[in-house]
Design a protein around this ligand. Structure first.
Ligand SMILES: C[C@@H](O)C(=O)SC[C@H](NC(=O)CC[C@H](N)C(=O)O)C(=O)NCC(=O)O
Ligand code: NI
Length: 146
C-alpha cells in the first residue's frame, strides 16, 4: 500500500493556490476540470517531492474546488497537514508579511502552525530538528505502560 494524497475542499481556488503555491511554495502537479460534476481538482506537491509526484510516487494534497459555493464547517476530526521546512522563522515571517494567520509562532525554532484561507491547519516543522513533542507523561515514573 502507498500513501497517495490528502484531499481538502477549498472555497476559493485562486486564493488557495496563492496560499499553497505562491506563499507556502507547493508545486502544481496536475489539474482536472470536471464539467459534469462542476468541480476542479488540483494536485500539489512539496518542492522536494515534485519529481517523484510527477512519477506518481510522492504524497500530495488534492484541492477540490466545487464551482457551486458550499459551507465547509465542522470536520473537527481533521487535524492538520504537516511539512518539513528549511527555515521556519523565514517562512513564517514571509507568510505573516503576506497576511497569513500564524496560529502558533515558531518560538522554539522547531514547530509552527499556520492557517490556510479555509482555516485548514498547516504544521511547519524545522527540518533536522527533533519533533517538539511534549510528553505530558514525562514527569511521571515510567510505568512501563507506554
Ligand atoms: C481523483 C481522486 O483522487 C478523487 O479524490 S475524486 C473523488 C470524488 N471527488 C469529487 O467528486 C469532488 C467533488 C465533490 N463534490 C466533493 O466535494 O467531494 C469523490 O468521490 N468525492 C467524495 C469524497 O467524499 O471525497
Ligand atoms: Ni482523492
Amino acid at each position: 500500500m502507498q500513501y497517495l494524497h490528502t484531499m481538502v475542499r477549498v472555497s476559493d481556488l485562486d486564493e488557495s493556490l496563492r496560499f499553497y503555491c505562491d506563499l507556502l511554495g507547493l508545486k502544481e502537479i496536475s489539474r482536472k476540470e470536471v464539467e459534469k460534476g462542476r468541480f476542479t481538482l488540483v494536485f500539489l506537491a512539496a518542492p522536494e517531492d515534485e519529481q517523484r509526484a510527477r512519477e506518481d510516487r510522492a504524497p500530495m494534497i488534492e484541492l477540490t474546488w466545487n464551482w457551486d459555493p458550499e459551507e465547509y464547517a465542522g470536520g473537527r476530526n481533521f487535524g492538520h497537514l504537516a511539512y518539513g521546512v528549511d527555515d521556519i522563522y523565514e517562512l513564517c515571517q514571509h507568510l505573516q508579511d503576506n497576511g497569513v494567520t500564524i496560529n502558533r509562532p515558531p518560538r522554539d525554532g522547531r514547530m509552527a502552525f499556520v492557517r490556510s484561507p479555509d482555516g485548514i491547519s498547516i504544521e511547519l516543522l524545522q527540518k533536522d530538528e527533533p519533533l517538539p513533542i511534549r510528553e505530558p507523561w514525562a514527569s511521571m515514573e515510567n510505568t512501563g505502560s507506554w
